[in-house]
Design a protein. Structure first.
Length: 428
């Protein structure tokens, strides 16, 4: 009965539009008042604080800040210019500018929403100017930017690693193979759509201008090597790499003279807002998870799931399909915080590698940014394209199907995801 009340209250709060952090908190409070009223409030406060008190989670604000600095400092603009000079004159090249700019920016920020905001303000008007329909331009940018949560450094990977104690470095390495394969799939779709719509090619620029744009973009392009190189070589933890990345991005942005001491407080304030949301969800979800553990809900869920999905293949297919539905209604990080600790025990009982499970879980939820009504990338892209969310969502459907289809394949082929982490020393 207590479990039913807890989950029903959470579901009702979500349905009436209460933000996820407050839905978790209010449902937890109702449970505590009715069934745990003898628990000291100090214990409850400790559980809330414990949800944020993790060294690995301190990487999150640094990666968010890297993306914010690069957006405000003109770095994204120089990346787009460089990519445009290389492939803008190819068939479908204008759309591919959005794809490759997003892939590069993904290796800097770790956030899909930061990705679409940073590059979309440049690439979407460029695509519309070259006869791409507004809805398609928004869909291309939203789909490309969704890779920001797959290609390292990925904030969902940091959160999952912090929740489960799985190596964040291994998660980062494991994200490269699917990230670049997904980029290749989108590349093919963009080419086919450009041919179908007879989109004109861009004007070819001189080698001198291409070289100039490359030299201008070199400081930006070095950022992912500094961040990920330090992690992969064992020189820095993800948190330290994020801090170094922030300092480097700050120096580069000041050198470009587009970020000033006057505008820096706005960048810091926006980073604080985003970080505050993430950490609030982490804190309250910790309390919610503690109550679920008290009620033995993870074990109950595991037994129910294993009764139906009794093989690794069935289970992984079920996880991808479930995350497709969940990602439609709950944002990526919130769903990951709630469902990760619940589903991981069932995964372990079936002998599924925890790194493989984590990668598939994060990827499945990350593409929820492309599905309404919560698809945040759709809303940002629609605003930049000056069209409706429905128009962008309709045009994004082929890309969304391809990305979820690819995730399903990765769910069934663990060795494809794990070979690179194993080479790097992962022992799973």
């Amino acid at each position: 009965m207590a479990t039913v009340i807890l989950l029903a209250a959470f579901g009702i709060f979500l349905l009436i539009g209460v933000p996820i952090a407050f839905s978790l908190g209010l449902s937890s409070l109702i449970y505590i008042l009715f069934f745990m009223n003898d628990i000291p409030w100090a214990t409850i406060a400790q559980q809330v604080y414990g949800g944020m008190n993790s060294f690995s989670l301190t990487a999150i604000p640094f990666f968010i800040l890297v993306g914010a600095i690069m957006e405000a400092g003109g770095i994204s603009k120089r990346l787009v210019t460089f990519v445009r000079n290389i492939i803008g004159h190819k068939r479908g090249g204008i759309g591919m500018i959005a794809l490759f700019s997003s892939v590069i920016f993904a290796s800097l920020s770790g956030s899909s929403v930061a990705n679409v905001a940073a590059t979309g303000s440049i690439t979407i008007p460029l695509m519309k100017k070259n006869r791409y329909p507004a809805g398609l331009a928004g869909a291309i940018e939203a789909s490309s930017s969704s890779l920001g949560a797959v290609i390292p450094p990925s904030i969902p990977f940091v959160v999952y690693g912090g929740l489960t104690s799985i190596s964040i470095g291994s998660l980062f390495i494991g994200g490269y193979v699917p990230g670049f394969i997904f980029a290749g799939m989108l590349f093919v779709l963009l080419y086919l759509q450009a041919r179908r719509l007879d989109i004109p090619v861009g004007e070819k620029v001189s080698r001198k201008e291409t070289l100039k744009s490359f030299i201008d973009a070199v400081p930006s392009l070095l950022t992912p090597f500094i961040i990920m190189g330090g992690v992969l070589l064992g020189i820095m933890t993800p948190t330290e790499a994020g801090a170094v990345g922030c300092m480097y991005a700050l120096v580069v942005s000041f050198c470009y003279r587009e970020l000033t001491l006057k505008t820096l407080p706005d960048v810091l304030l926006e980073t604080a807002r985003t970080t505050g949301f993430v950490m609030l969800v982490m804190a309250i979800a910790s309390l919610f998870g503690w109550i679920m553990a008290f009620e033995n809900i993870p074990a109950k869920v595991a037994s129910v799931v294993l009764a139906v999905l009794d093989t690794p293949t069935k289970f992984m297919i079920g996880v991808v399909l479930l995350m497709l539905v969940v990602g439609t209604f709950i944002d990526t990080l919130s769903a990951l915080i709630i469902l990760g600790p619940v589903l991981l025990p069932a995964s372990n009982m079936l002998g599924i590698d925890p790194l493989h499970f984590g990668l598939v879980l994060c990827m499945s939820l990350s593409f929820g940014v492309l599905t309404p009504p919560v698809g945040t990338c759709l809303f940002v892209a629609a605003g930049l394209a000056r069209t409706s969310v429905e128009d962008v969502a309709k045009n994004a459907l082929p890309f969304t199907i391809a990305l979820f289809g690819g995730t399903l394949v990765f769910a069934l082929l663990p060795d494809v995801l794990l070979w690179l982490p194993r080479i790097a020393g992962y022992a799973g």
